[in-house]
Design a protein around this ligand. Structure first.
Ligand SMILES: [Zn+2]
Length: 483
């Protein structure tokens, strides 16, 4: 019998703000010694009063807009009650009935081509503290992370394979980092994912029992954990067993999911509106301001790169993977245009030579860009186009520019890398050849274009064969049309 797989992801993404969600404590929880970025509010002390972080709400709304959501005008912060050692107040401030963003979508490459994954909601909440379990069986708690702004991004159950789940997660990360709301750092837990998966026999309408795999912090683990869990559920169903709604954890060491607890239902949390925070009313003007803040998104930019710069889908994808790379490329193109250098050639320098150098040095482009400025890509190609240097010298000059942070033209000049005769010296020799051979020039101008070959020979002889024939021909043609 065939089984249908239904997957939905809940992604938790920290919102990059300076202070926490409901107090003025620094949100930079990892940099400080444990329990130093804390106050009565994020310690959940009685009588303390929360104040919502304006910027966190703005960034969450920006996220909603980037994910094609509608922004709700009326927002309620609720208390989600549960008891756990990393939650000092005994409840988490979150949203339940009235989330900030609803009904969005994300486009991904699905198993059968382009696919739109629906988004149920994006809501704001606060992160919990962090527990560290010691070897002697004790546990330590650090409340620096308690109250850090967090978004929960909930997908519709539109995902039908572990690969699609990974691609969806990757796409979300790309967008969140692109718009600057999240660091994308999964190792530190700034971005993590819970995956819901159910399996049912083909032909059955009702979904199977939902199993949630908690706190997955890498793309690879999402794929592996889901593949394992699907296999486990199918094997159970085949054996005539019943799947119990439950929460499991992914154990990377054994490559299995492990039962954690029977899944709570919403009513177990006894949600109720946070009495200390009035409902947040967001006006249309406020939403319009957020929309104005939204940059061009990766999919749109990828499309534009193909249309405007004649890039292949592959190059356009590579160049829009990260916003910093994308911006750098556009700066290089801006420098290329007035030099008559094709955007496609600039893309080749970036995805070829520059990516190779970055891989070797282990640097990010942002760091290396302080040396290898975007206009250098245009400059080196211009030198090549004009026949000033050969392709081998161009690579050499580019590598030197990458290491030393100096302009390729300067490097070429200093090291005598230019093909001999290029520039003023070549022009002088070309003029001499024209002056010495008036009859040939006359023939050429009379329409016998092959006559230029004789002149090229004369100039090549003058440079003792150290000029590139293309550069000589170009210089000759330029000179002959000028006079
Ligand atoms: Zn605090």
């Amino acid at each position: 019998m065939d089984y249908l797989v239904t997957i939905g992801l809940e992604i938790h993404a920290q919102i990059q703000t300076r202070s926490k969600m409901f107090c003025g404590c620094s949100a930079d929880y990892a940099a400080a010694p444990p329990n130093t970025h804390v106050c009565p509010v994020c310690m959940g002390l009685p009588g303390s009063l929360p104040v919502p972080n304006r910027r966190a709400i703005e960034l969450a709304a920006l996220t909603g807009l980037a994910l094609n959501c509608r922004i709700a005008s009326d927002n309620v912060i609720s208390r989600k009650n549960y008891f756990y050692a990393d939650l000092p107040s005994g409840y988490q401030r979150s949203q339940y009935d009235d989330p900030l963003c609803v009904n969005g979508w994300v486009d991904i490459d699905g198993d059968q081509g382009p696919k739109r994954i629906g988004l149920t909601r994006v809501h704001i909440e606060e992160d919990t503290g962090k527990l560290t379990h010691t070897a002697d069986g004790g546990s330590l708690v650090d409340f620096n992370r308690a109250g850090v702004p967090l978004m929960e991004i909930v997908s519709e159950p539109d995902i039908t394979s572990p690969e699609e789940a990974r691609r969806y997660f990757q796409k979300l990360r790309q967008i969140l980092v692109w718009i600057g709301v999240n660091s994308g750092d999964m190792e530190s837990g700034a971005l993590r994912c819970d995956a819901n998966v159910s399996v049912r026999p083909a032909g059955q309408q009702a979904y199977g029992a939902k199993v949630e795999i908690k706190n997955i912090n890498s793309f690879r683990f999402v794929e592996r954990a889901l593949a394992y869990e699907i296999e486990r559920q199918v094997t159970s169903l085949r054996a005539g067993e019943r799947i119990v709604q439950s929460t499991r954890g992914w154990d990377e060491a054994t490559g299995t999911t492990v039962a954690q607890r029977t899944k709570e239902f919403a009513e177990d949390y006894r949600y109720f509106p946070e009495p200390d925070i009035p409902p947040l009313r967001l006006t249309e003007a406020w939403v319009a301001e957020r929309r104005a803040e939204l940059p061009e998104l990766p999919d749109a930019r990828r499309q534009r790169f193909m249309t405007d710069y004649d890039l292949t889908p592959y190059d356009a994808t590579v160049l829009t993977d990260e916003r910093a790379v994308s911006d750098y490329y556009e700066q290089a193109v801006a420098a290329a245009r007035p030099r008559g250098v094709a955007p496609k050639d600039v893309a080749n320098w970036l995805t070829g030579e520059l990516f190779r150098l970055l891989k070797d040095s282990g640097e990010t482009l942002v760091v290396a860009a302080q040396r290898i400025r975007p206009e250098y890509l245009a400059e080196v190609q211009e030198l090549l186009n004009n026949g000033v240097i050969t392709r081998t010298s161009a690579k050499e000059a580019f590598d030197a520019a990458f290491r030393e942070g100096r302009a390729p033209a300067q490097i070429v000049a200093e090291r005598g890398m230019a093909v001999i005769g290029a520039g003023d010296a070549l022009t002088d020799m070309v003029r001499q050849a024209i002056a010495d051979n008036p009859k040939v020039v006359e023939e050429y101008r009379g329409g016998k274009v092959t006559a230029i070959k004789y002149l090229i020979g004369q100039v090549m002889k003058a440079t003792r064969g150290q000029a590139s024939p293309q550069a000589v021909q170009q210089a000759l043609e330029q000179e002959l049309t000028r006079q």
